[in-house]
Design a protein around this ligand. Structure first.
Ligand code: FES
Ligand code: FES
Length: 160
């Protein structure tokens, strides 16, 4: 256990809730979310910025949480896959579209895909197919062949 003097203070918003913590300076944002806040919907695949499984929104920007330190979220707003549902715990339009269009199989890539799609649709509510393909190009899916994922995102357009 590190000495308290070795810890850094962190204050941020996570999925709309204030979070105050003391963390190791080297702790990644992904590990902070998963281990300290038990938000295990943020997946870890490669842990080197390649697969996109760890995508979250940081002040609205899509980021790979394995490449950021938790301390870098100080003063900022983090949104994870647990924070993009509909009201009352219902599926959002985007999540429902993934279900309806068979946009997932094993589900490992799904949080990263959803966050990439969420970031796209917030910025561009009516993306073209090419824009959707480009937006998810940083997330690796081993199962689906991507077509159903793209169809799901296209089906969710305009409803964010
Ligand atoms: S786990 Fe972060 S990009 Fe793969
Ligand atoms: S659904 Fe299995 S990796 Fe994408």
């Amino acid at each position: 256990m590190p000495e308290r003097s070795e810890l850094v203070s962190l204050r941020c918003q996570v999925n709309g809730r204030p979070v105050v913590a003391e963390v190791e300076p080297r702790l990644s944002l992904a590990d902070f979310l998963r281990q300290h806040l038990e938000l295990t919907g943020t997946h870890l695949g490669c842990e080197q910025g390649v697969c996109g499984a760890c995508n979250v929104l940081l002040d609205g920007q899509l980021v790979r949480s394995c490449l950021l330190l938790a301390a870098q979220a100080d003063g900022l707003e983090v949104v994870t896959v647990e924070g993009i549902g509909g009201p009352g715990g219902q599926l959002s339009r985007l999540q429902q579209a993934f279900l309806d269009q068979h946009g997932l199989q094993c589900g490992f890539c799904t949080p990263g895909m959803l966050l990439a799609a969420e970031a796209l649709l917030r910025e561009n509510p009516k993306p073209s197919r090419d824009e959707v393909v480009h937006a998810i190009s940083g997330v690796i899916c081993r199962c689906t062949g991507y077509t159903d994922i793209v169809d799901a995102i296209l089906a969710a357009r305009g409803g964010q």
